[in-house]
Design a protein around this ligand. Structure first.
Ligand code: ADP
Length: 614
C-alpha cells in the first residue's frame, strides 16, 4: 500500500465512522432521561423564543382565591361562593361555565340547594370529575350532574423530573369509562362541535382535525399565555362581590371556575420561573389551545436523524478533503444550522428535538478536529524525518562527487605545475582525469535521466538488451566489491530473453540490486542471480542474498527517496537511500514491476518482472 492510499483509506474511515459514531451516541443520549431533559429544556427555550404572540383570550377565570375563601368561611363555603359567583355573572350570559370543584359529597343542605339553583340557570355547564388513585372516577352528585352539558376530567400531566406541564391528555380512561378533558368538553359545548372521528394520532371534530400523540389518551401540547398577557384574565368571586360591574367581563366568554390558591393544585409551565400556575388556568389554557388551533406536531424521527447524519457527514467530508479554512467554516456552519433548525421548525409549529443534530454536529466536529490534529502531527513528523534523511543524503552525494573531483583537480594541477613530467606519468594522469570525469558525468547523467523520465520530459530509449549479457556485465562490475567481502556472485538459469529498453538505465537498476545485495550481506555469503520465463511476454529476474534482510514494515518503505532501514545504517555501509527509488522508477517506466521478499537476518530477494522484446 502506498502512503497516498493509506491517507485515502484513513480519510474514508474518518468520513464514514465519524458521523455514524456521533449519530449513534446522539441517538442513545437522546433516548436517555438526561437527553430528554435537554430536549425539554430546549422546547421551553424555543417556546419562549418563538412562542405565540399575545392574543385576546376567549376564556376568563372565575377565581376562588385566598380572599374569597376567607370571606366564605374556608373550604366549607366553596359551594356558596361558586353559587354567588354564577348568579352574579349570569346576566352577562357567558358562553359556558366549567366548574373545577369537587362535588362528589353532600354539603350543607342550604348551600347544595343554592348551588343546584345556580347550575339550573347556567347555560353550557361543564362539571369536573377526578381520577382517583385506585383508578375509579370521583363524580359530581347526580343532583348537580343533571344540569351539566358534560362531565370532563381534570387530570394534569407533568414531567416527573421538573414538574413542568408541557402537554395534557385530552382523554383519560378508568376501565371502560373514558372522560374528555374539562377544557375540551367546554370547547365542544361552546363551539357546538362533536367528535366525528378518532385515530391513534388525531381527533377530528368535523372539519377540524387535532393532531395528537400518546395514542388513546390523545395528548396535545398546551398553549400557555405568554407573560406579556399576564396569563388568562382572572377575576375572583370576592372581587365580584365588591364590584358587581366586573361581571360584564364574563360576557360571551368560556368561564373556568376554580381555586387559585398558591401551592394547591398548581403546576409549572414552560413560562414559569418557579411560579406555578393553578390547575384551573391549565384548563382554560387547553381551551385557548383548541380555539387558537395551536397544534405543534413532532418532526418525523427519520427526518430528524437523516438531517443529523447529513450535518455530521458534511463535517466529515470537509475535514477529510477540505482545507483548514473550509473545514473550520463548515464546522461553524453546521453547528449553527443545528441550532437554527429547531427554532425555525417551532415557528412552523413543528417540534424538532434539539439534541440529535446538536450532539451529532458537535461530536463530529470534536472528533474530526482531534483526528486532524493527530494526522497533522504525524505528517509533520514524517516531513521532518524526510528532511533529515535528505540532508544526510545530500552530504553523501556531495561526498561521492568530491572524490572524483579531488582526483581531477590534483592531477590537472600536477600536470600544469611540472612541465617536464615523464610521458608515462602524464598519460597515467590524463587517463585518471578522463575516467574520473566520466564517472562523475555518469553519476549526474543517471540522476538527471531518472528525474526527467519521471517528470515525463524524456522518451525512453528502446533497444534490444539481452538479459544474460546485461546480468553478466553488472555482475562483472560488482565483483570487485563482492570479492572484498568474499561474497560469491552466482548466476544460474538465465533465460536467453531480450528486453526492449534503455541499456544504461536497465544496467543501473540491475547493478544497484547487485551492489545492495553485496552491501547488506555479511562476508562469506552468496548472492544468487537467476531468471525465469514468465507466462505471456514477461521475464523474471531475481537477485537473492543471505544478508541482513528487512521486516515487512521496512519493505513497505524502501522505495521512498532517502529511506534507509535501521539495520542498513548500523551495518556501516554508506548509502543515500536513493538507489531503489530510482530502480523502481526505471522498472515502471519500462512497463515492469519490482517485488521484494525479505526476512530480518535471513536475506532478501528482489524480483524484477520485465517485458520481453518481441
Ligand atoms: P542505499 O543502499 O543507498 O541506502 P537504496 O535505495 O539502494 O539506498 O536502498 C534503500 C534501503 O533499502 C537500504 O538503505 C537498505 O536499508 C534497504 N535495502 C536495499 N537492498 C537491501 C538488501 N538486499 N538487503 C537488505 N536491505 C536492503
Amino acid at each position: 500500500m502506498t502512503p497516498h492510499m493509506a491517507t485515502l483509506n484513513r480519510k474514508y474511515f474518518v468520513l464514514v465512522s465519524l458521523p455514524v459514531v456521533s449519530l449513534i451516541t446522539a441517538v442513545v443520549m437522546d433516548d436517555l432521561a438526561l437527553g430528554q431533559r435537554f430536549d425539554h429544556y430546549a422546547y421551553d427555550f424555543f417556546y419562549r423564543l418563538e412562542g405565540p404572540k399575545p392574543w385576546v383570550p376567549e376564556s376568563v377565570i372565575l377565581a376562588i382565591d385566598e380572599s374569597t375563601l376567607s370571606r366564605y368561611g374556608g373550604q366549607f363555603g366553596i359551594r356558596n361562593a361558586v353559587a354567588d359567583g354564577l348568579e352574579k355573572i349570569a346576566a352577562s350570559r357567558p358562553a359556558a361555565v366549567a366548574v373545577d370543584v369537587i362535588l362528589a359529597d353532600q354539603g350543607s343542605p342550604e348551600s347544595d340547594a343554592r348551588l343546584e339553583h345556580a347550575f339550573a340557570t347556567t347555560h353550557n355547564l361543564v362539571l369536573a370529575s377526578y381520577l382517583r388513585p385506585d383508578g375509579s372516577w370521583e363524580n359530581p352528585l347526580p343532583r348537580f350532574r343533571k344540569y351539566a352539558a358534560a362531565v370532563g376530567q381534570v387530570h394534569a400531566e407533568f414531567d416527573k423530573y421538573d414538574m413542568v406541564s408541557r402537554d395534557l391528555p385530552l382523554a383519560k380512561a378508568a376501565g371502560p369509562d373514558r372522560r374528555w378533558a374539562l377544557g375540551f368538553d367546554t370547547f365542544l359545548a361552546v363551539k357546538g362541535l362533536k367528535i366525528t372521528q378518532e385515530s391513534p394520532d388525531s381527533v377530528a371534530l368535523g372539519p377540524l382535525t387535532i393532531p395528537t400523540f400518546s395514542g388513546e389518551e390523545h395528548s396535545i401540547r398546551i398553549l400557555y399565555a405568554p407573560p406579556e398577557m399576564g396569563g388568562i384574565p382572572r377575576i375572583s368571586i370576592a372581587e365580584l362581590d365588591a364590584n358587581p360591574a366586573l361581571a360584564g367581563r364574563f360576557a360571551g366568554k368560556a368561564v373556568f371556575a376554580g381555586e387559585t390558591v398558591q401551592g394547591r393544585d398548581s403546576w409549572m409551565t414552560p413560562y414559569s420561573n418557579l411560579n406555578s400556575t393553578p390547575g384551573i388556568e391549565m384548563n382554560a389554557s387547553l381551551y385557548e389551545t383548541l380555539s387558537r388551533r395551536f397544534f405543534p406536531v413532532d418532526a418525523s424521527a427519520l427526518v430528524v436523524l437523516a438531517v443529523a447524519f447529513a450535518l455530521g457527514a458534511l463535517v466529515a467530508v470537509a475535514y477529510a478533503f477540505g482545507s483548514v479554512w473550509v473545514s473550520n467554516l463548515t464546522a461553524a456552519g453546521v453547528i449553527l444550522a443545528s441550532q437554527l433548525i429547531p427554532p425555525a421548525a417551532f415557528r412552523n409549529l413543528v417540534v424538532w428535538p434539539w439534541l440529535p443534530a446538536t450532539l451529532t454536529s458537535v461530536f463530529t466536529v470534536a472528533l474530526a478536529a482531534t483526528w486532524r490534529h493527530f494526522a497533522v502531527t504525524k505528517d509533520l513528523a514524517r516531513a521532518e524525518q524526510q528532511r533529515e534523511r535528505y540532508q544526510r543524503a545530500m552530504q553523501f552525494v556531495t561526498h561521492e562527487m568530491r572524490t572524483p573531483l579531488t582526483a581531477i583537480q590534483g592531477s590537472s594541477e600536477l600536470i600544469g605545475r611540472y612541465g617536464s613530467m615523464p610521458e608515462a606519468k602524464r598519460k597515467q594522469m590524463a587517463d585518471l582525469i578522463n575516467s574520473e570525469s566520466k564517472r562523475l558525468a555518469r553519476m549526474i547523467e543517471t540522476f538527471l535521466s531518472v528525474e526527467r523520465l519521471s517528470a515525463g520530459q524524456m522518451e525512453l530509449k528502446r533497444e534490444r538488451v539481452g538479459l544474460p549479457e546485461l546480468v553478466e556485465r553488472c555482475a562483472e562490475r560488482a565483483r570487485p566489491l563482492a570479492e572484498r567481502k568474499q561474497i560469491e556472485i552466482e548466476i544460474a538459469n538465465m533465460p536467453g530473453a531480450a528486453i526492449a529498453g534503455d541499456r544504461e538505465l536497465l544496467e543501473y537498476a540491475v547493478y544497484n540490486l547487485l551492489t545492495n545485495a553485496v552491501k547488506y550481506s555479511p562476508s562469506q555469503t552468496r548472492v544468487r542471480v537467476f531468471g525465469e520465463d514468465e507466462k505471456g511476454d514477461r521475464v523474471r529476474l531475481c537477485v537473492e542474498d543471505q544478508g541482513i534482510g528487512m521486516d515487512q514494515k521496512e519493505v513497505g518503505r524502501i522505495f521512498e527517496k532517502f529511506y534507509r532501514t535501521k539495520r542498513a545504517e548500523q551495518s556501516g555501509e554508506a548509502g543515500t537511500g536513493i538507489g531503489l527509488s530510482i530502480v523502481e522508477q526505471i522498472v515502471t517506466q519500462h512497463g515492469g514491476s519490482i517485488h521484494v521478499q525479505s526476512a530480518p537476518g535471513k536475506g532478501s530477494r528482489f524480483t524484477l518482472v520485465l517485458k520481453r522484446a518481441s
